[in-house]
Write a protein that binds this ligand. Structure first.
Ligand SMILES: Nc1nc2c(ncn2[C@@H]2O[C@H](COP(=O)(O)OP(=O)(O)OP(=O)(O)O)[C@@H](O)[C@H]2O)c(=O)[nH]1
Ligand SMILES: [Mg+2]
Length: 333
């Protein structure tokens, strides 16, 4: 099915060619592309239309400068604005990648951030990948078609392709050839046509609620970890029970972070610091248990020594301790 209109939201890392792709889709040089490939001066989302498609250049969405899983602050503000510019209806999320550049951890982080902003299923339900720098693909002189190239991919990029059901097209945004430009748009249309129902305010609200839940839970966990850290510094723990309670809370925190991280590495710093705290607590708890055991053994040893000493003394002076006991009893009664 070929769509007759729609709202396309462009996202991806800085310099991947979002604005240039927007221009190629609209068939006009409306968005400002940065020649250096560096950060654009105006880095807030912008909207343009050719009467068929409305394209929102979602600069800031999927950039990797923000360390919160929910992409708070700048990324969230950009996403809110971009969504408003789409009139709260997104037909397709156009995720822009650069051809010829390895799919790095940063690209994977960008995917994860977009998911945390727009929902875990956004690529599955509305994702279309545009690979820019198509001129490099053509220049490689390989007879391989782009579709075959996509099928040959592996690792994280393959996972993303599968998630997008191989809705992936190649764009040469530098081409001035009208036929080439038309052909690129023609390839993009069926990908957009595959996406039956648009992404709406309801989807966005669901993603927001989930993000807020995550942020609130993370905040509570962080607060508790900080309190445990303070208790350790101030040597406030005096019983094994207190140590075990703190350890259980930290392990729950760690598990939550690992689930959120989902092998993306996004939460790695937090994971490492919680692991570190757990190791310190475990060591202190072990030391406390070992100390208690040593004390117990010492008391036992003292008891045995007293017994052996007393027996030897009685034996030496050749008197029976029972005789003394009987004498005392006789005297008493
Ligand atoms: N050779 C070639 N250059 C491209 C292509 N697409 C984009 N570029 C260049 O890549 C640079 C960055 O492109 P932009 O469109 O500004 O990238 P962007 O993602 O909008 O960047 P930000 O707005 O900073 O996030 C520019 O110099 C473009 O001319 C392409 O298909 N081929
Ligand atoms: Mg741009």
């Amino acid at each position: 099915m070929v769509p007759e209109s729609g709202n396309l939201l462009l996202a991806g890392r800085t310099g991947n060619g979002k604005s240039s792709t927007g221009n190629s889709i609209l068939g006009d040089e409306i968005f400002t592309a940065v020649s250096s490939g560096g950060a654009e001066e105006n880095n807030s989302p912008q909207k343009n239309s050719n009467g068929i498609f409305t394209v929102v250049d979602g600069t800031g969405i999927g950039d990797t400068g923000d360390d919160s899983i929910g992409g708070t602050t700048a990324a969230l503000a950009s996403t809110n604005l971009a969504f408003k510019l789409c009139d709260c209806v997104i037909t397709a999320l156009i995720f822009v990648l650069k051809f010829g550049v390895r799919f790095t951890k940063q690209e994977k982080d960008a995917v994860q951030r977009i998911k945390s902003l727009l929902g875990e299923n956004i690529f599955k339900t509305h994702g279309v990948i545009v690979m820019t720098y198509g001129d490099n693909f053509n220049r490689s002189g390989d007879s391989l078609s782009f579709d075959s190239w996509c099928k040959q991919q592996s690792g994280d990029f393959k996972d993303l392709l599968i998630e997008c059901n191989f809705r992936c097209v190649l764009f040469n945004n530098r081409s001035k050839d009208r036929t080439v430009q038309e052909e690129q748009r023609r390839h993009l249309l069926p990908c957009i046509g595959q996406l039956r129902t648009p992404y709406t305010l309801e989807d966005y609200q669901k993603a927001s609620v989930r993000r807020e839940e995550i942020d609130a839970k993370l905040k509570a966990f962080k607060q508790r970890s900080r309190q445990i850290d303070d208790n350790l510094t101030n040597r406030s723990y005096t019983s094994e029970r207190e140590y075990i309670g703190a350890l259980n809370d930290l392990r729950a925190h760690l598990h939550y972070l690992e689930v959120l991280d989902n092998y993306t590495g996004l939460m790695q710093d937090s994971i490492d610091s919680v692991k570190n705290l757990i190791a310190i607590l475990e060591n202190e708890l072990l030391a406390m248990v070992a100390n208690r055991r040593t004390k117990k053994i010492s008391w036992k040893l003292i008891g045995i020594l007293i017994l052996v000493g007393a027996t030897a003394t009685f034996k030496y002076f050749d008197f029976n301790p029972l005789d003394i006991l009987f004498s005392i009893l006789r005297y008493a009664f």
